[in-house]
Ligand binder design. Structure first.
Ligand code: AHM
Ligand code: MG
Length: 339
């Protein structure tokens, strides 16, 4: 994993972003977008921390566009999230265009509060985001065809870009520490919220995921619904091998938490397709693609079992895709079993 910063050289996220802007890595608009996302994450962290006190646990009574119960905090988190040119969110039916004056043209995709089924037990949750440049080509094609003319439809087309177009991605994990992880395409940087000052402080830079690792995170409750090849892979992890020790199972049921551990300790996180969920559960645009960009920046791999997640162009905003993500050797191992 990346080098730890010593406690006396404090670099806040704000300073770090300004340094990136000064060095020409990101432009001023990107600095503003990332800084407003980090503020939204601090607000969500405060809400999560106080959820049992302020009666924010439990369901909202509505279901989101994907037929899932919305937790009260899903709704509040979605409302607290930063604003940019176009946003697509797990909690919004269709992408939303936002007043340009405030925010510029970047396209932000996000899952405001992922793993929210953990909230009522005060277990880790997270927010995930990805940032794309506006896709002028798509918008121009749409105008020429004259087929999609509402702002809503144009937004759908412009957010449906492959992950390889991502300019930045990150997540915030609400856990024993509040951790903000960011890449702008120059490696992975980890910031920790200092509760004394309310600032994110750089705590790890250029994080590298171990090439292999003996921890797996899958919801094995679905085993009976899996394909035989995947069952064989899972069985193989339980064989003690040369070291005499099989793999260890760890599963929080919170992608951000399971991913963060995988990135630091090595191993694999998987959400396969199964007999009931043909494309698995996780969403390509705002869950799998941002995480895959981050893992690649850390030297790891994100795959749907046969192809690179970042090469898949979504055709729908809430499209699902199987996900295998983590250490290169571990992801390649499952790909071999599935081939
Ligand atoms: P959500 O977006 O509705 O919160 O669902 C996503 C979460 C992931 O964080 C987690 O890895 C997965 O769903 C857990 O699903 P399951 O309970 O089926 O194992
Ligand atoms: Mg989610």
């Amino acid at each position: 994993a990346g080098a730890k910063k010593s406690s006396y050289e404090i670099v806040t996220l704000t300073t770090w972003l300004l340094n990136q802007e000064r060095d020409g890595v990101i432009d001023n608009e990107m600095t503003i977008v990332l800084s407003s996302i980090s503020t939204a994450c601090k607000q969500i962290a405060a809400l999560v921390l106080r959820a049992p006190i302020s009666n924010l646990t439990g369901v909202q009574g509505a279901v989101n566009v994907q037929g899932e119960d919305q937790k009260k905090l899903d709704v509040v988190s979605n409302e607290s999230s930063g604003r940019t040119g176009v946003i697509a969110s797990e909690e919004e039916d269709v992408p939303v265009a936002v007043e340009q004056s405030y925010s510029g043209n970047y396209i932000v995709v996000f899952d405001p509060l992922d793993g929210s089924s953990n909230i009522d037990a005060a277990v880790s949750t997270g927010s995930i985001f990805g940032i794309y440049a506006p896709n002028d080509e798509c918008i121009a094609n749409v105008d020429d065809n004259g087929t999609l003319d509402s702002v809503e439809q144009r937004c759908i087309v412009s957010v449906c870009q492959p992950g390889s177009n991502l300019l930045a991605a990150g997540y915030c994990m609400y856990s024993s520490s509040v951790i903000f992880v960011l890449t702008v395409g120059t490696g992975v940087y980890v910031f920790t919220l200092d509760p004394m000052y309310g600032e994110f402080v750089l705590t790890q830079e250029k994080v590298q995921i171990p090439k292999s690792g003996k921890i797996y995170a899958f919801n094995e409750g679905n085993y009976a619904l899996w394909d035989d090849k995947l069952k064989k892979y899972m069985d193989s992890l339980k064989e003690p091998g040369d070291s005499g020790k099989p793999y260890s199972a760890r599963y929080i049921g919170s992608l951000v938490g399971d991913f963060h551990r995988t990135m630091l300790y090595g191993g694999i996180y998987g959400y396969p397709r199964d007999k009931k969920s043909k494309n698995g559960k996780l969403r390509l645009l705002y869950e799998c693609a941002p995480m895959s960009f981050i893992v690649e920046q850390a030297g790891g791999k994100g795959s749907d079992g046969s192809q690179r997640i970042l090469d898949i162009t979504p055709t729908e905003v809430h499209q699902r895709v199987p996900l295998y993500i983590g250490s290169v050797e571990e992801v390649e191992k499952v790909e071999k079993f599935l081939a």
